[in-house]
Design a protein around this ligand. Structure first.
Ligand code: ADP
Length: 483
């Protein structure tokens, strides 16, 4: 059963059961009140009769029992006062023989009440007499050795009619309300499920060619659903879904851009390798200069290619994020190793490469990626610096660990500091042509920093050169746990 019908059915059943129970309660209570009133009324008549009988006779005496209250009641003429449309009185002897009654009873006789006894001298009951319903109070009276039973009856037909009409009215209202409840439940359920269905339909139609919900569903009136305009859970769901799609579209666009950039970057060295190989084929045998130059170019370009492919593989690995196995590492130890490995290259260019650390912060990460991240920064610093120095520093703050690489090279223009981390971005094309590189180094640095929960930034070193800084979350661990 669909959600819509489940909601509609559940809601209807619940409301109808609650309404019926409430109406039942009201009807029952109403009936009780009406019967209580009728009982009070017959009881008042009963009291009046007994009181009147007692006042109208001399007190009972053993010598002359014939003048007692019962004797008064045994005389039908004395009951005439209560002969009205609303009261019917009958007096029986104690053993149930009818002795006197009001004229309105005619030939009818109120039957004895078997429940009435000497110990239980008042009772109420409902009887049918001559086709009419009556409420009867029976009272047992004892006077000396004489006893009598008085029956006071009051017709119940008006009460029953009123009650029947009330019950009918309630039933009609109940049925109408139940119908309304069912209709509203279905409408209400549709209100909930129609936009969900619209959303599901939209989702099915989403593909890489259209990565967003149709504007007609979001803002238009398709099926009465303005998903985005709804300021409720469903509106928010549609919005979150669209935001997710927007992020996906962005990621797809980035991937497409990356593929197109990568193809472009791979094409240049490949074209050059191809051209030089053709030169070799044609002139290689005769001309040794051409042969050497062509081979040198092929070696250089193919090693660039290999570098680029390696860079792309590292980026792909860093992008996988969660799959990277991480362990506690000493940032200072890794940075120190990287710096010492680079020292011979720095020495070749007569650049001073120093390493210092304030504290030994521990970070949680992949050692090879960390080495590559710091290595890329140090390589760039040596690559772009012609004279002066490169300083590698590691430090710590309460929650963070950082590594900085500062140089005395040309530095990075302020406007470019954001872009240099883009994939394949190379500042100043003229300089890039002289200094070899792939344009992937800093993209890799940033990817690795982010996958470790940190960030990489570029700034200006005090000496005017470039200053790169990677900040990572620091973990607190006893050093003995380091692998
Ligand atoms: P590559 O070094 O292969 O060109 P990177 O992504 O490592 O690619 O760097 C991107 C650009 O950032 C470089 O082309 C260069 O213009 C600039 N850059 C990086 N490091 C430095 C530095 N230490 N000093 C000056 N410019 C730098």
């Amino acid at each position: 059963m669909s959600l819509k019908w489940r909601i509609a059915l559940g809601y209807s059943v619940l409301l109808i059961v609650a309404m019926t129970a409430m109406s039942g309660l009201i009807v029952w209570r109403f009936q009780q009140i009406l019967y209580d009133q009728a009982e009070t009324s017959v009881n008042a008549t009963m009291k009046a009769i007994v009181q009147f009988a007692q006042q109208s006779t001399t007190p009972f005496s053993l010598e002359d029992p014939s003048v007692g209250t019962l004797q008064f009641l045994f005389n039908s003429a004395n009951l005439a006062t209560w002969n009205s449309a609303n009261s019917f009185v009958q007096v029986d002897s104690g053993d149930g023989y009818p002795l006197a009654k009001t004229a309105n009873l005619g030939g009818a006789t109120i039957p004895t009440n078997p429940k009435l006894s000497a110990g239980h001298d008042v009772a109420y009951r409902e009887i049918v007499l001559g086709g009419r319903p009556f409420l009867v109070e029976d009272r047992y009276l004892l006077e000396g050795t004489n006893s009598a039973v008085i029956h006071v009856a009051e017709p119940l037909d008006t009460l029953k009619r009123t009650f029947g009409r009330a019950r009918q009215a309630i039933a009609v209202v109940l049925a109408a309300t139940a119908a309304a409840v069912v209709i509203f439940s279905i409408l209400f359920a549709s209100e909930v499920t129609t936009p969900i269905n619209a959303l599901a339909r939209e989702m099915r139609e989403i593909g890489s060619d259209r990565l967003s919900l149709a504007a007609s569903t979001l803002d238009g009136k398709v099926g009465g659903n303005r998903l985005r305009r709804r300021d409720d859970e469903i509106g928010r769901l549609a919005k979150s879904f669209n935001d997710l799609l927007a992020r996906l579209a962005e990621a797809f666009a980035r991937e497409r851009q990356f593929i197109s950039d990568a193809s472009h970057e791979l094409k240049t060295p490949l074209t050059s390798i191809n051209a030089n190989a053709q030169m070799l084929l044609r002139w290689g045998d005769q001309n040794t200069t051409i042969r050497r130059e062509s081979l040198e170019t092929i070696v250089r370009e193919s090693s660039d290619l290999a570098g680029m492919v390696n860079g792309m593989l590292t980026l792909a690995k860093a992008d996988r994020g969660d799959e990277i196995p991480k362990e506690p590492l000493s940032l200072a130890q890794i940075a120190s190793e990287v710096a010492h490995n680079a020292m011979p290259r720095a020495a070749e260019k007569r650049i001073d490469l120093t390493f210092e650390h304030g504290g030994t912060p521990i970070v949680y990460g992949d050692a090879a990626l960390m080495r590559q991240m710091i290595g890329n920064l140090v390589d760039n610093a040596i690559k772009f610096t012609e004279r002066g120095r490169v300083d590698v520093r590691v430090g710590e703050a309460p929650e963070q660990a950082w590594v900085e690489v500062a140089d005395t090279g040309p530095g990075i223009a302020e406007g470019e500091r954001g872009q240099i981390f883009e994939r394949f971005y190379r500042e100043d094309k003229a300089r890039s042509r002289i200094v070899p590189g792939t344009g992937l180094g800093l993209a890799i640095v940033r990817s690795i920093a982010r996958v470790h929960g940190g960030e990489a930034t570029a700034g200006k070193a005090p000496g005017g050169g470039a200053l790169f800084r990677v900040v990572l979350p620091r973990i607190k661990l006893p050093l003995t746990e380091l692998s």
